[in-house]
Design a protein around this ligand. Sequence first.
Ligand code: ADP
Ligand code: MG
Length: 926
Amino acid sequence: MASGSYRNGGPKLSAKLDRQHSAVYSTPKASAKSRPPATPATASGLRRSGAGNPASTPAGNKGDAGVPGRVRVAVRLRPRNAEELVADADFADCVELQPELKRLKLRKNNWDSETYEFDEVLTEFASQKRVYEVVAKPVVESVLEGYNGTVMAYGQTGTGKTFTLGMLGEEDSAARGIMVRAMEDILADISADTDSVSVSYLQLYMETVQDLLVPGNDNIAIVEDPKTGDVSLPGATIVEIRDQRSFVELLRLGEAHRFAANTKLNTESSRSHAILMVTYKVHVKRSVKGRHDAEPGLPTENGNASRLVSSLRPPIVRKSKLVVVDLAGSERIDKSGSEGHTLEEAKSINLSLSALGKCINALAENSPHVPFRDSKLTRLLRDSFGGTARTSLVVTIGPSPRHRGETASTIMFGQRAMKVENMVKLKEEFDYKSLCRRLDIEIDKLIAANERQQKDFEDEVERIREEAQSRIAEAERNYMNSLENERSKYQKDYMESIKTLEKKWRMNQQISSNDKTTVEHDQCLEKTCNIEGSTASKSEEIAGVRQLLQNERLLQESTEEEVNDLKGQVLHWKNLEAAASAEIIKLRKLQDNEANQKQKLEEEITILKGQLVQLSIETDETRSRFDRGGSGKIVTGLDSLMSQARHSQIRDSGNGPKASIAKLFEQVGLQKILSLLESEDADIRIHAVKVVANLAAEEANQEKIVEAGGLTSLLMLLKSSEDETVHRVAAGAIANLAMNETNQELIMDQGGISLLSMTAADAEDPQTLRMVAGAVANLCGNDKLQTRLRVEGGIKALLGMVRCGHPDVLAQVARGIANFAKCESRASIQGNKVGKSLLIEDGALPWIVKNANNEAAPIRRHIELALCHLAQHEVNAKDMISEGALWELVRISRDCSREDIRTLARRILTSSPTFQSELRRLRIEY
Ligand code: ADP
Ligand code: MG
């Protein structure tokens, strides 16, 4: 085979590569369908594999999986430049490209070559547009869909990395590079009212991250979220982009700053990495019957509950990031002429790049350990290789046979990168902030509706009651009236009948007496014939009386009937009354139910309000962190965590959804909050300690917290909890409480020093160490506690924390030492008998001397003060001389920027006999 063997990164993987090539640059959804499910994740954070539906839940939910997406690699050949056209005129290029086969042949010599396969092979004639379309466009599109993306250029200096990525194309628009074209595509896609695009532009040189947008900002820390593993640069300037013109302007500004910074440091940009970070944020609209619709199993008794449930669904935001990295030149340092650099510098210059190579090797070989933490670049790019981002790499090579070695190593880098498998994941999260706002509105609506209902109900009950009463009264009145009428009528009739009867009876009497007088003389005869006549009239009369009696009886009967009828009516009204009172009882019961329900709702509202506050605190923390980043400042103050909480409180007070911490304090009660510190539920514990920390940040609350046993609970948390967040927040709260003298003694009495030392020994997060160091530093400033502090290991603990090296931590350590030294010198000035400084006894001097000229102003200032305090006491002078502190004092007396310290140092040097004799011995004029 004259053309040499065909190789594709080794026989072991060729099958795998073949399969992957079939889905080159496919979108996540398409590839999700076409790929077999992968095996479970191997190492934490790597997420090289996973299973399940890629779009099932917003990111941040535990257990969410991504879609496999291999790192895509293209190779681009630069045309011969003027120099090569002359110098290499007699030689062939060291590579031969076969773009249609996506292959590249690297010539070993005139008769032998090696063949490599890439995802794309771009010849020296490839246009910038084509390069953008095959290398970057799929990544940009995926970013617009909510996935993170990385585009990166790797290659020897001068092979076209910056040409490929960073050309602004102002003179020739066809020359525009990937950065400019990517932003054009992003801006074309966004809608201005809901979406936003912002950028940071940074340079990484010798393991220092510098802001290319604000040149003074030149030591930006990389922060990792311990929960999600996401890295961020809170100190970097973030600029929101509204149009293409301002973006190009920003790139030009960054380039100018990069040039200036490199001139100042006497470096070339080829040795630094330029990193453009584009953050794209969009609100996702939900479909009516979408996958986020009402969760089953939640109560929906009254319509309100389901409305509440639906409003409980927070809106979703997608926040994806596009990172474009123009790497430092990949050539070996000795070749690029590293004169003027020490070996140390040379190592450090290439540290990030070689660490990147090591990580890619480890990932390509599926090694269980990937040394991401070895350099800043690999920490920053953790998501791009073996992470959740869609990554595209373009390796740039030159044609010259003179650089065959470098070209070969660049090609090998690309080949290995092709084996790196990422798990591409949707970067969606819930927007709790707007949920809070909506919940608050919903709660208020519910309260108002409930109040209205209650009022209507009470009015209705009152109305029914009044109506029933008036009806009963009327019925009673009617009944009485008709009864009275009947009675009087009956009585009248009765009286009249009696009168008639009496009259008749009297008439009868008269008739019978008349009969007696006429009968006297003809008694016997007339007796017989008259008897018959009187008998006839009597029977007539009797019949009349009978008739009367009969009438009487009929009248009585009809009256009785009428009375019965009236009685019936009364009964009917009585029944009506009973029904009305039954209804009243029923309504009362309903009212009780309503009251119960109202009470339940109120309880629910209290709980929701509590949650609201928690959510507000969290969102505020995040926002504050962002705010800090936006201003481009590095916070070096005492307790930024605490002050963030304070600021957010001030900023938000009295504004819409935010219940202030003070309100929570009132509503829930301190005791209840403190009891939550011991909750079984780790999340509740974390929230509770954050709330207590926020409260402790207010001086007005501190006494109440300590009285309620909060200080003891916080100290206990340091021991009982293993969670670093809890440690960090608790230590921050203790640091705040430790600003007060009485509390300082309490902390000591409760074994605070050993608890804080223990926390410091276990801590990895610089912020935790900063809080602990801050607390100890506060204790160091108490004159009464000096000896105890030292005996219990306070100084040793402080010195132990310098291992972390973070400037914020060092500043707190330096402050503690300065406080301690100040107390000692105060004691000696007051004439107390004082021996050699306990700081010197505990071995602090070497660190003090080493950092006396630290470039970070807060560290330097504290140490300069500490040195002056120590030097004021003659008994320390000998040790100070032997440890080299005298030189620092001399320097301070000459160069210190603060005049009072300069003067103090000078006075000490001239007044101390020991220093004087040493200076004379060294023949230094003073
Ligand atoms: P690097 O950033 O890798 O050091 P540059 O992008 O600065 O390399 O390129 C070096 C020189 O080569 C520049 O003058 C650039 O204009 C030129 N160059 C690079 N790639 C190409 C290309 N594909 N076509 C034309 N000129 C190129
Ligand atoms: Mg360059």
